[in-house]
Design a protein around this ligand. Structure first.
Ligand code: FES
Length: 509
């Protein structure tokens, strides 16, 4: 019986993302058995993994992004399970080991008996057959003497897999089949959100009961206090609160997940300004924090209404990842004639109260799409695109992603280094910055007497996308920017053969 691994564990074992594995499976370079991967097959497909048996650098870099997206200091996060959980996992592995050893002893004894039987037949059997028995016996003796080599790779990967099983529990959600790992002392809800899953929940705090789910198999442990009381019938059926429990062993749970924006309720939350920070001369980062007991549940790409003072409100896309529902970030552009923008740039300060209403909008990832993704951000349209990119990274969902960011002049690509670091960290991510000012200058050079119309300017920049990807039929395009640019871009892509159903547009607020 070959050693079979889930996709999540196989990816962790050879230090690649699930997306890389899925790509190999799709291209027929990696065989699966009922959704599982044999260890020997995995090592055949990733021979380079044998050279970096202890190297998970790519996964670690992705994890670092997730931690940064969570606005936590990485070292603050406890990645070791508690002693009791560790002891339980070690005990379970020891039990598996004991069973395997019992089976091994049984087979060893059978082989010894077979060997004796062959010797016996060699000496006393049919006179025509002794040489055959003798040959078989000699072969068996030799085969038994061949010791597995000390550097036997499958064996070393099995050791690594055992260690990873001790460090992290794997959780599978029914009926979706989504899988994620729970590390350290995270609650099941925290681990699911960190993995980018839109699991059902409300307060994150044990009060509302919205995160209750049925534990189908595995062992959990209560951590923290909760006020919500499950009924006797719910308890009898195995329901538990995901925000109040962690996983001791691997789990299978039955839980509700949002199927789309329509499943996320509109919420009203009084938040505090944690900080404001200039990302460039004309773009302000506004970082809001919700109360611990009332967090914003949303999908990446959605927007909310922000009310900064009495009656002064505006819609803005959330720039941060839903995996951190307490810390909400926004990129606000300076518009001197706009009262909201003026207020943010001149009056808003730390600890001020900002009312948040939402989420709204349907500019969200199509998680079931098998296609690669092109993101096109225009100016502060980068804000919802950033949230989508971080979410896609957490979900590990796309074979490849390419971000094009169109902006004007110096400071236009106000998070240029962040985009470049995504490229450095992920082998399936590319980033192209497009400077609309430079293009305008080029277009207005010799032979152009007059300034070129903005539509032509944007089309000229978007041609970079179709130069890179002449065939758009296998791509999903997510585009966010001011209405005038978004309309031009929509016309451009549809005219070049992108199916309407594969184009997702957000007119930024
Ligand atoms: S999210 Fe409210 S009780 Fe768990």
């Amino acid at each position: 019986m070959p050693q079979l691994l889930t996709l999540t564990r196989a990816a962790r074992l050879v230090g690649v993302t699930r997306g890389s594995l899925q790509k190999k499976i799709k291209q027929g370079e990696l065989a699966t058995f009922e959704g599982m991967i044999a260890l020997t097959e995995l090592l055949r497909a990733y021979p380079e993994a044998t050279l970096r048996l202890t190297d998970n650098s790519m996964l670690e870099r992705v994890q670092e992004f997730k931690d940064n997206a969570l606005t936590k200091v990485v070292s603050d996060r406890v990645v070791l399970p508690d002693a009791q959980t560790l002891a339980t996992r070690v005990t379970k592995l020891s039990q598996e080991l004991a069973k395997a050893k019992t089976r091994l002893d049984k087979y060893t004894s059978l082989v010894d008996r077979l060997k004796d039987k062959l010797s016996e037949l060699e000496q006393t059997g049919d006179t025509d057959q002794p040489s055959a028995f003798s040959g078989l016996n000699a072969w068996l003796s030799q085969a038994l003497q061949e010791q597995p080599h000390a550097t036997d790779l499958p064996e070393r990967f099995l050791v690594k897999d055992s260690l990873l099983r001790i460090m992290a529990a794997q959780i599978k959600i029914l009926p979706s089949g989504h899988e994620f790992l729970l590390e350290g002392t995270d609650t099941i809800l925290e681990a699911a959100l960190r993995a980018g899953l839109a699991i059902n929940y409300g307060c994150s705090n044990g009060n509302c009961g919205l995160c209750k789910a049925r534990i189908v198999s595995g062992e959990i442990k209560h951590i923290g206090h909760h006020d919500y009381v499950l009924s006797a019938a719910e308890k009898a059926q195995g329901y538990e609160l995901l925000c109040a429990n962690t996983a001791v062993t691997d789990l299978v749970i039955e839980a509700l997940e949002a199927g789309g924006a329509q499943d996320i309720p509109v919420q009203h939350i009084e938040t505090r300004v944690k900080k404001t920070e200039r990302l460039s001369d004309d773009v302000m980062l506004v970082h809001l924090q919700t109360p611990r007991t009332k967090r914003l549940r949303f999908l990446a790409g959605q927007y909310v209404s922000l009310e900064v003072s009495d009656g002064l409100a505006a819609n803005h896309s959330i720039a941060s990842c839903p995996c951190d529902d307490r810390n909400l970030q926004f990129h606000i552009r300076k518009h001197p004639e706009n009262r909201f923008s003026n207020y943010v740039f001149t009056e808003l300060k730390g600890a001020d109260t900002v009312s948040v209403d939402g989420p709204k909008g349907e500019f969200v990832l199509q998680e079931d799409s098998p296609r690669s993704i092109i993101f096109v951000a225009c100016d502060t349209g980068f804000s919802p695109i950033k949230s989508l990119v971080e979410h896609a990274m957490a979900l590990d969902m796309a074979e490849s992603m390419h971000l094009y960011w169109i902006a004007y002049g110096e400071g236009g690509h106000y998070l240029h280094n962040l985009c470049r670091s995504w490229t450095d960290a992920l082998d399936n991510f590319e980033y192209t910055s497009l400077d609309a000012t430079a293009n305008e200058r080029a277009a207005s050079g010799p032979g152009h007497e007059e300034s070129v119309h903005q539509d032509h300017l944007i089309e000229g920049l978007l041609a970079r996308v179709t130069d890179d990807y002449p065939d758009l039929s296998e791509r999903d395009v997510y585009l966010a920017g001011p209405t005038s640019i978004a309309n031009t871009a929509e016309f451009f892509f549809l005219n070049r053969g992108l199916p309407q159903t594969q184009l997702f547009i957000e007119h930024t607020h």
